[in-house]
Design a protein. Structure first.
Ligand code: F6R
Length: 242
């Protein structure tokens, strides 16, 4: 894995945006896998700036988001759908027909999951997958477990994730208990992976994932098996790496 340690969140956001921008410049039809959460917010802000300044063209880019809560409709302000429009899609010249987001708001969820994976495959797979990491080592919403799923699926969120994400809601009770997530298959088949981590609550997960045993108890540790992973971590997130 290629590890880049940066001073702070601002540098992380800029470096991450530069890497995404470079992929788009090299291949205007690039297929991006996108994450939500606090970590990539700054990266999206930088990408929006580049697009506004005419330095970056999203018109032929396709995107596939990693995950979405179950039980929140797309308009809910904590839905990942809402997040993506708020932070990126409403501000850049992306073709909205090329935006793909998982959703539980369908009559046949199993069919939707299969179809989402087929859509990714039909697009030629993901060229660059952007990931955050949970304090418990989850990627997408692939939570620590004794086994991990390959395909897009419905997942029960762990108490750790519900507690961590309660900061976005007025109470823990309001946090959805389930989500739809891409499985490890689409993530590991991405041609490149960019994992972002900021803050000391990510330090243990980052240290374990980069150099410890590969285990489904720490889903991000599977990334050690991927050929092209870049990790951008700020000093705090990198502080336990030996
Ligand atoms: C979100 C996602 C999650 C987050 C992770 C970290 O789409 O896939 O894996 O990346 O929960 O979230 P933040 O960045 O809020 O700490």
């Amino acid at each position: 894995m290629n590890l880049i340690i940066v001073e702070d969140y601002q540098e992380l956001s800029l470096k991450a945006a530069e890497m995404v921008a470079s992929e788009i410049s090299q291949n205007p039809q690039v297929v991006l896998g996108l994450a939500t959460g606090s970590t990539p917010e700054g990266m999206y802000a930088e990408l929006v700036k580049m697009n506004r300044h005419g330095q970056l063209d999203f018109s032929r880019v396709s995107t596939f988001n990693l995950d979405e809560y179950a039980g929140l409709d797309a308009e809910h302000e904590q839905s990942y759908h809402h997040y993506m429009y708020k932070h990126l899609f409403s501000h850049v010249n992306i073709n909205h027909l090329q935006i793909n987001m998982p959703t539980c708001e369908v009559s046949d969820l199993d069919h939707f999951c299969r179809e989402y994976d087929q859509r990714i495959a039909a697009a030629g797979g993901i060229d660059l997958q952007v990931l955050g990491i949970g304090g418990n080592g989850h990627i997408g919403f692939n939570e620590p477990d004794h086994q991990l799923r390959v395909q897009t699926h419905l997942v029960d969120l762990t108490v750790e994730t519900i507690t961590a994400n309660s900061r976005f809601f007025s109470s823990t009770e309001e946090v959805p208990k389930q989500a739809i997530t891409m499985g490890l298959g689409s993530i590991m088949l991405a041609k490149k992976i960019l994992l972002l981590a900021a803050g000391k609550n990510k330090a243990e997960a980052i240290a374990g994932s980069l150099s410890g045993l590969i285990t489904t108890a720490l889903p991000a540790s599977l990334l050690q098996l991927h050929r092209d992973v870049t990790v951008i971590a700020d000093r705090e997130a990198a502080c336990l790496i030996t």
